[in-house]
Design a protein around this ligand. Sequence first.
Ligand SMILES: CC(C)(COP(=O)(O)OP(=O)(O)OC[C@H]1O[C@@H](n2cnc3c(N)ncnc32)[C@H](O)[C@@H]1OP(=O)(O)O)[C@@H](O)C(=O)NCCC(=O)NCCS
Length: 227
Amino acid sequence: MKDLVIVGAGGFARETAAAALAGGRRVLGFVDDNPDLHGTVRSGLPVLGPVDHVTGLDADVVVCVGNPRDYTVRQRIVERLGLPTERYATVLHPSVSVGAGSTVGAGTVLLAGTVLTADVTVGAHVAVMPQVVLTHDDLVGSYATIASGVRLGGGAVLETGAYAGSGALIREGVTVGAWALVGMGSVVLHDVPSGEVWAGSPARFLKNVPTLPAAPPVPSVLERQTS
Ligand SMILES: CC(C)(COP(=O)(O)OP(=O)(O)OC[C@H]1O[C@@H](n2cnc3c(N)ncnc32)[C@H](O)[C@@H]1OP(=O)(O)O)[C@@H](O)C(=O)NCCC(=O)NCCS
């Protein structure tokens, strides 16, 4: 296992560092474009410099930026860096359970206690927070974000960049469209169109996502993988 450098130094970045360290990986530190952080120590690890510093390092990379107000930033940074796929690590906390037939893409992070039961496909640069349960035949597109405690019924789909807020429950076979957001605690019974924010129990349309990013540069995983 190569050393790891983490892009970002916020909450999810530090959680990812903890997961990587728990898995026995050496973490060199963080890179972040906030100059005030350079030379500081976060969660016991140094902030090494700006984001573009990773290009010259002999280390694997994972991009750990974003929040519910801007969850498209991860894609923007991956595009900006233009690194080959093989530079990206997949970080799984050692307590994660990945069931038979499941695949997890490059640059994706699964935090503690997450379970992929069977035949789950998770794309690239996906952020999965603790105690998420993805069940049989679920598909999670690249750049999706899944907050803690989310549960997906069988055959559910989160398209590219979709955001599932903490504790959301998504009914079997339901699709959350590209860059759509489902609010925390929502019970999602019907398909959510791309670019819309839905919330509540049952979840209903709240508003449109203000700005949608362009199509992602990586292939979608929204075709079931055969293995
Ligand atoms: C859905 C969400 C994006 C809406 O945020 P917002 O645009 O700032 O909306 P507001 O807080 O102004 O709320 C607007 C309305 O929606 C309701 N609402 C907001 N979030 C809701 C939710 N999760 N469930 C039910 N209703 C919700 C509010 O009560 C309010 O209703 P009102 O107009 O009748 O008073 C946000 O509440 C949310 O759930 N974000 C995800 C947070 C998360 O999971 N974080 C974890 C990672 S750190």
